[in-house]
Design a protein around this ligand. Structure first.
Ligand code: MG
Length: 159
């Protein structure tokens, strides 16, 4: 059995106007994340963690922001396509563990719905997806509510 770990990280800026798209879920909030696609910072970190573990490059290579097709794109589609690529190479996802760094909104009320949504996209169990919310303790860009960041580690295996 071969094992590979991958690490994904992403940052997007918050701008006025909701809802907030996070982990494939639209959260009622007065700000949203700005980006070329739907700016789903958590799904981008997961996609990069998976691609990194499988040695398949990164999300920017697979979905260039110079390609108008990727403008406003649903990040679940990108995650799903990345998952297909690694399955083609024989990789299975053992587990993901993710951290969302956001001063607001609180992640906990939305955590299980997000885990369920991601499990549906990846065809794994919600029990294989760890998800934690952390604030910036009112300091730095996270703490001042200017950005949201996400991190993900992914463990893959193949026979
Ligand atoms: Mg991104």
């Amino acid at each position: 059995m071969q094992f590979r770990v991958g690490l994904g990280h992403d940052t997007h800026r918050l701008v006025p106007g909701g809802p907030l798209r996070l982990g494939g879920v639209d959260i009622d909030f007065e700000f949203h994340l700005e980006g070329h696609s739907d700016a789903d910072v958590l799904l981008h970190a997961i996609t990069d963690g998976l691609l990194g573990a499988a040695g398949l490059g990164d999300i920017g290579e697979m979905f260039p922001d110079t390609d108008p097709d990727n403008s406003g794109k649903d990040s679940s589609l990108m995650l799903s396509q990345a998952n297909e690529r690694l399955r083609q190479d024989g990789w299975l996802i053992n587990n993901l563990d993710c951290v969302v760094l956001a001063e607001r909104p609180k992640l906990l009320p939305h955590r299980d719905l997000i885990r369920e949504r991601i499990s549906g996209v990846l065809s794994i169990s919600p029990a294989q997806i760890g998800l934690k919310g952390k604030t910036g303790e009112q300091s730095g860009e996270v703490g001042k509510g200017q950005i949201i960041q996400a991190m993900c580690v992914a463990l893959l295996s193949r026979a």
